[in-house]
Design a binder for this molecule. Structure first.
Ligand code: NZQ
Ligand code: ZN
Length: 389
């Protein structure tokens, strides 16, 4: 490992069936005014809303609600929430939902006391908060993003056709605590479950496919990939398999809580491509990644060949005997493609609502990252997107 790094993750986790009861330990640490943030209603159907509000009541909290946080939360919705949180003088923001709700709540946490336009400050100028940050807690209901234990908050500006993520450097943006009950994820539709599984895999790849040094983080990444591939195969056969779903939940958290980025440059170009597709189509995050991944990895493979060979051998058990490096690397990506098809992922952006006429706009909305094996030109982005149609 050659890189230097700082590592701090203050999020306290309560993991396992029934762990919502630990809200009773956390809630008394904050003031009376809580803003409960949730999505389009799944938590009302599956009983999670009732379980959480009963505990809020028991703890004597004065609760205001922000409901209807949509997948790919928008800046307009953020502005609506800022008014509610300010009027309620929020002492704690409690997110109950998936990555969208959790991201939204973190964006709200840095916006409630912000005197500037949060979109311009955090998402266009990428500044750090210089105001009070309202504490965030999370009860997770959808697995994938790692938002429960990181400082990322992705917001979509529909007017500007931009979907941008800010990973805040200030760890007080991270949830103070997160409740992770795998049972809460069992009501997820299959489409969301597999999209989340691929989101996890992509997070690991984004960090793995960078650098050439011998780095402990890469061995951790390979371990996480093994566990995810194994458990995902069980989960797609039996979505109610608690053991598989709990492993997937735990893998998701470690895939993006900064641990496996330690000492690494990290890439994130697949996410930039996926987010640009998402900005123009509003498609499910994990599916946007699945649709662009293989054209992207096949394109950059020659520039990071040694790592793709290692990926093939270590993650997919490709037999290297008598084969060239290119053949081994290609076989690894073919194994990955086979697994993605087993999961039933969307493998092209056409199915997500994109078409040839949109390619130029998607390419323009794609941020270019510099930590991977190839810094893409505009023409290369266009080419990858065309191959993703
Ligand atoms: O809104 P409700 O009704 O709750 O329905 C949601 C939503 O429609 C549903 N759902 C969630 N939990 C459920 C459930 N349905 C039934 N039972 C449950 N237990 O699932 C749908 C998708 O939820 P969403 O939160 O949008 O999914 P996800 O967790 O994948 O979050 C996606 C957002 O996170 C961002 C993405 O860009 C996207 O905006 N990301 C955040 C990251 C971070 N903070 O580090 C990194 C990621 O790469 C990602 O970019
Ligand atoms: Zn992601």
């Amino acid at each position: 490992m050659l890189g230097n790094f700082t590592y701090c993750n203050p999020t306290k986790l309560y993991f396992g069936e029934g762990s919502v009861k630990y809200l009773k330990e956390e809630l008394p640490k904050y003031g009376k005014n809580v803003v409960l943030v949730y999505g389009g209603g799944s938590i009302k159907k599956n009983g999670i809303y009732d379980a959480v509000t009963a505990i809020l009541k028991e703890c004597g909290k004065d609760v205001a609600e922000i409901s209807g946080v949509m997948p790919n939360p928008t800046y307009d919705k953020l502005c609506e929430g800022m008014k509610i949180a300010r009027a309620h003088r929020a002492d704690l923001l409690l997110a109950v939902g998936g990555g969208s709700v959790c991201d939204y709540t973190k964006a709200l946490a840095v916006s409630v006391h912000c005197n500037e336009d949060p979109w311009e400050k955090y998402y266009l100028r990428f500044e750090e908060p210089d105001c009070e940050i309202v504490p965030v807690g999370c009860v997770l209901t959808m697995v994938g993003t790692g938002s429960e234990m990181n400082a990322g908050a992705v917001i979509t500006n529909t007017a500007q056709k931009l979907k941008i993520g800010h990973v805040f450097a200030d760890e007080s943006v991270m949830p103070r605590f997160s409740v992770l009950d795998p049972v809460y994820t069992l009501t997820l539709p299959r489409y969301q479950m597999v999209a989340g599984i691929y989101d996890i895999f992509s997070h690991i790849c984004e960090q793995y496919f960078s650098g050439t040094d011998d780095n402990t983080s890469d061995y951790l990444a390979e371990g996480l990939m093994h566990s995810l591939i194994h458990s995902s195969r069980i989960a797609v056969r039996d979505m109610q398999d608690y053991e598989a779903r709990s492993n997937i939940m735990w893998t998701a958290t470690w895939a993006l809580n900064t641990l496996i980025a330690c000492g690494k440059d990290t890439d994130w170009e697949v996410h930039m491509l996926g987010q640009a597709v998402g900005a123009l189509t509003d498609a499910t995050h994990g599916m946007t990644l699945a649709a662009v991944s293989l054209p992207y990895y096949r394109h950059i493979m020659p520039y990071g060949l040694a790592k793709f060979v290692r990926f093939a051998k270590s993650v997919w058990d490709v037999d290297a005997a008598g084969k060239s490096d290119e053949e081994i690397a290609n076989e690894g990506l073919a194994c990955m493609e086979g697994w993605m098809k087993e999961l039933g992922l969307v493998m092209n952006i056409t199915e997500l609502g994109a078409n040839e006429g949109m390619i130029e706009d998607i390419a323009k909305a794609t941020l270019v990252m510099e930590g991977g094996y190839k810094v893409l030109t505009h023409e290369e982005i266009v080419d990858i997107l065309k191959k993703s149609l």
